[in-house]
Design a protein around this ligand. Structure first.
Ligand code: XIL
Length: 361
């Protein structure tokens, strides 16, 4: 950072000097007093498509999108150029699709899926059962009604998108942060722990060709929650439930995240169960990093991508958005710049970290 900071400071210094018409006076400017505490990430226009690097090893590289942004030319162009996989950030969840009981609204999901299908971009549906996106009416149901409605929702949605998506996140975030229990959601309370297996079974019947995935966070490296997720998917797999993959969200803080070795180790044990592994919601916060911010963000993206590259069953890496202009992190964790493209759609060091790891550099 020191050299980048001073390079930035001196370029700022020179441009200010130029603005003064070159006539002395530069000595009045303190190069340390930069207008923002951190220099912008060195950003590059028009790098090679990231998907070309991912495709060298046959991998998918994806992003979450929102349909309302697709028509913005820089957003749409960057997305289509660099990604061969996509997930709806919000619009294919239960609440937006069935806010009112029995009334299905596929507008947003269809817009994302049709746009992707027309451009050869593979789609993963997200997410059929998630406590974080259940419509209010679901909370008032009896156990029997809830079981019926979960089945009806999964069946209706999975059939609607059948043949247009290659995969579904079937159950999202069902493991508690304590690493021991299942999350105490309305689904666990009213249906018991068997709801997870039931959801996969119903999804499989509705779309037998789809890769069915269990998705969660804080299960990327070693630790109690990671072990609990492993135990859950192992039990599902061992008992013949149609589960085909595990999604590791990877919402990382660049100041502290699991080591590449630990992520590889964890991905490998999941792969040995016969499951595909995908990184499903990658972003790397940098707010708390005070030195070498962009280099450290690049390192996190590169470590994670390299871990995936080391495990043949790690078939996809999906980012949770791609431009710092639109990231859920800003509202969930506070203003940050967690993605590989800056707000002007220029590629940041993080972009090149992924590209290098995909190319084995
Ligand atoms: C988030 C979206 O990014 C937000 O736009 C939305 O308001 C809430 O959901 N884990 C998940 C994602 O599995 O679905 C969440 O997405 C982020 C955390």
């Amino acid at each position: 950072m020191t050299s980048r900071l001073s390079a930035f400071a001196s370029s700022l210094f020179l441009s200010l000097l130029a603005g003064c018409g070159g006539g002395g006076g530069g000595g009045a400017i303190d190069p340390v007093a930069t207008p923002t505490p951190y220099p912008p990430a060195p950003a590059v226009a028009n790098p090679d498509p990231l998907k070309d690097a991912a495709l060298v090893s046959g991998r998918l590289v994806g992003t979450a999108v929102q349909s309302s942004y697709l028509g913005q030319s820089q957003y749409g162009d960057t997305y289509v150029k660099h990604f061969n996989y996509v997930t709806a950030e919000w619009e294919m969840k239960w609440d937006p699709i069935q806010k009112q009981r029995g009334v299905f609204n596929f507008t947003g999901g269809d817009a994302i899926v049709d746009h992707a299908n027309a451009r050869g971009i593979a789609v993963k549906g997200h997410a059929l059962v998630w406590h974080g996106a259940t419509p209010d009416w679901v909370n008032g149901l009896s156990s029997e009604e809830l079981r019926t409605e979960v089945g009806y929702h999964i069946r209706t949605v999975a059939k609607h998108f059948k043949g247009r998506v290659i995969a579904w996140d079937v159950v999202n975030e069902a493991v508690d942060d304590n690493g021991r229990d299942l999350r105490n959601s309305v689904f666990l309370q009213k249906l018991g722990p068997g709801y997870i297996a039931e959801a996969f079974q119903i999804a499989h019947e509705a779309d037998p060709g789809a890769i069915l995935i269990y998705n969660d966070y804080s299960g990327e490296g070693r630790g109690g929650k990671s072990d609990r997720i492993y135990q859950l998917v192992k039990e599902l797999k061992d008992s013949g439930v149609p589960i085909h993959g595990v999604g590791l969200q990877a919402h990382f803080d660049g100041a502290s995240y699991p080591s590449q070795a630990d992520i590889t180790w964890n991905m490998q044990r999941l792969a040995e169960l016969g499951l595909l592994v995908n990184v499903s919601e990658l972003d790397v916060r940098v707010k708390s990093i005070t030195t070498d911010r962009w280099d450290r963000q690049k390192r996190a993206y590169k470590d994670l991508t390299a871990a995936c590259m080391a495990v043949s069953r790690c078939h996809a890496i999906t980012l949770w958005g791609f431009t710092d202009k639109y990231s859920w992190i800003d509202s969930a964790f506070g203003a940050d710049d967690p993605l590989p493209f800056d707000e002007s759609y220029q590629a940041k060091p993080a972009f090149f970290g992924m590209q290098e790891a995909f190319l084995g550099r």
